[in-house]
Design a protein around this ligand. Sequence first.
Ligand SMILES: Nc1ncnc2c1ncn2[C@@H]1O[C@H](COP(=O)(O)OP(=O)(O)OP(=O)(O)O)[C@@H](O)[C@H]1O
Length: 585
Amino acid sequence: MKELKYLNKFFIKYKWQLILGFVITVAARIFTLFTPRFIGKSTDVIKAWSDGEITDASAVQSELLFNIGVIIATAALSAVLTFFMRQTFIVVSRQIEYDLKNEIYEQYQKLSLNFYKKNRTGDLMNRISEDVSKVRMYVGPALMYGVMTFTLFVVVVSYMISTAPILTLYTLIPLPILSVAIYKLSVAINKRSTIVQQILSSLNTFTQESFSGVSVIKSYGIEPQVSSDFEIMSNDSRQKNINLVKVQAFFFPLMVLLIGVSNLLVIYIGGTRYIDGEIESLGVIVEFLLYVNMLTWPVASVGWITSMVQQSAASQKRINEFLSQEPSIKNYSNLKEEIKGGIEFKNVSFTYEDTNITALKNISFEVKTGETLAIMGKTGSGKSTILELIGRLYDPTQGKVLIDGKPTDAINLESLRKSIGYVPQDAFLFSESIANNIRFGNVEATQDEVIEAAKNAAVHQNIMGFAKKYDTILGERGITLSGGQKQRVSIARAIIKNPRIVLFDDCLSAVDTETEEEIFKKLQEISSNKTAVVVSHRVSSAKSADHIIILDEGEILEQGNHEDLIQQDGYYKKLYDKQLDQKES
Ligand SMILES: Nc1ncnc2c1ncn2[C@@H]1O[C@H](COP(=O)(O)OP(=O)(O)OP(=O)(O)O)[C@@H](O)[C@H]1O
């Protein structure tokens, strides 16, 4: 339960609403007491009339009318207060849910790439949706029903004891049994519904994947196989749902049975004690019958609340695991600074923590401000890793990455990231308009600036070809751009940021050579004073760079400018000849 202590700060934050809720709950419960009390009184009046103890019919009538008036008025008051009780407790729980979701989301934003590699997206989503909803059950309904049960129990039972202590004892005997039984049942229901949820989430993932990959499924003609896999999974889901329903079906019969037993006890014990003269009026029995029914749900809810609190604790434990994680990339400098763009790697080695793959081994090179570096090499040779280290998505395992002569970890993280325009290998676009996707690089950019960036990335003409032009929505409910168009929108996004350093990770692979050359020409025009690092498989992208590095299994195989490397007659020269041949043929 110590996990739930984390939530105390929210209880403190919303203390006044909660105190108000508590006061309202107590008042609402007190008013509910009037109904049994006045029904009991009315029974006694009628009994006295039928026994001939009262002979004035109008007196009986007016007393009954008064009692009815009191019952209606107090029940109405209690109903209004119950409404406000929900308004306080449940509204506070929604506020806490909102605060907690924001806190988790903020933490997600702070955590580094490593965290995302280690945890599946489904888990991240679950923490922020399902786990938070379960925690809300503790801060909302569990707290509200807890307070309600407690106040009702204290108020009703103390009143019952003062009226007829022995009868109270017998009446209450079945109630703890009810509470324990409901607790056991709730635990069983929760276990089974967790299984149902898990199956539902795999079923959702399966369906989602098969819809996203529908073109692969159809082209391979594996629809029957996919359908039969789906059938197996949904069959399993049906079975688990039936198992859940079987336990749920016990809930109400069990409650009815135990209420029935309590009622019988009140009638039997109450009746015999009345005959023995130990209870003075019949009204007490009627009153007690109503009390038993009033107490049943709160007592049953003790078991339900207990299991709800246990579940919330488990969820909060999972949330705390994420909240307590420190980002592996920390900001050590608060000094915002202007970055010029000189880059230097000094004996840099880097090993990915999750796979233990050493992607870079003792790499050293320098790119002066305003120069262009091209990185080439076979797939998996560590090209993208170099860009990730420049953007400080990771820190080097050994050696130093310097920007303007300063180690990247000594530079203010925000200043560093602001000065970099990174275009990743897989262009990621949001389900938003094209203009907003470009504006992502600079949210304050005007429409003219967006158009200018798109022109420089050679994608303006394509965009103008769409019916809604820059307002064309991308993604699931919008249009799908071709691979090359996506890459160019992603480049426009980096350009609009007007960064000091541009990092292009093989981001023109889906573009034909002519367009590629056009883009590079434009880039050179607009970025003459920017430092550029370009990863490419094409010599055409690399040859005009000031410096070229050829990587092989994390090590520098060759380096120099285009002429130097042609003379070295190694990997670069072979690639150059091959790509020249291809262009000519
Ligand atoms: N996030 C990661 N976690 C673990 N290992 C990784 C990660 N990214 C890359 N690697 C590994 O590091 C090595 C270098 O990868 P990197 O992406 O830098 O190569 P690359 O030269 O850019 O390849 P490509 O040309 O195919 O993009 C590879 O062996 C790869 O499997």
